[in-house]
Design a binder for this molecule. Sequence first.
Ligand code: GLU
Length: 263
Amino acid sequence: MIEKALRDARKIVIKIGSNTLAQSDGTINREFMRDFASQCADLIESGKQIVLVSSGAQVAGVSTLHRWARKRDIHYRQALCAIGQVELMDNWRQAFSERSIHIGQLLLTKDDFQDDYRTLNMRNTLFTLVDEHVVPIINENDSVSTEEIKIGDNDNLSALTAILWGADLLMLFSDIDGVYDKNPKEHGDAKLIEVVPDVAVLRNSILLGSSNSFGTGGMATKLEAAEKVTAYGIPMLLANGSASRCLSSLVDGSRLGTIFLAK
Ligand code: GLU
């Protein structure tokens, strides 16, 4: 099912979570980024178009400064993102340049998706970048977003992006293999659910755990993202980004994940 969804999709939005980009000590995982960019390049060479949604501005900020890791104050968090976003993109730029691919940055807020004129401009920019073989990399504009205008998590941001661009598939890479019937970190007998035909039915049948340590989402926002895109006819794939060759192994069918079928 996953192999087929990937084979059939030409336009793919891929979201990478902070937990996937961070190492256990909280610093940014450059090795992962290099390897991931190279797998994206393979997909592009096989005829796919890719838009990335990358979290990790805060993680990269801490990684660069080596301080403010525990500051919860909004001004410090926004300042950290201002510092980290540059670092994050610098790392992506280096990673993609090894395969001679240029990247472009789009920093978006909730307001942008509610304004027809801005959404049109965002769409046009995405189409132009992709047509010119540049990989757009999107994040929330954390340094200007306050609670009122925040999307809040990149799962929902990537879903909005997939709808805006008219993607054929949304892929979320997280620190979990997919959706389980129970939280696998707490229950040894938890089973991976490979295919989800209906998010609402799934919601009532699983136990949701709390959100993870670096990211903002947890499973709840992944289900919200799935609900959003599947309603627009876009399937969503949730898979583990920490597995080696995480993207290629899904393409060749050697790894599992959870696929949410389009309505
Ligand atoms: N935009 C945040 C960052 O780059 C992450 C949001 C999320 O993890 O969902 O740090």
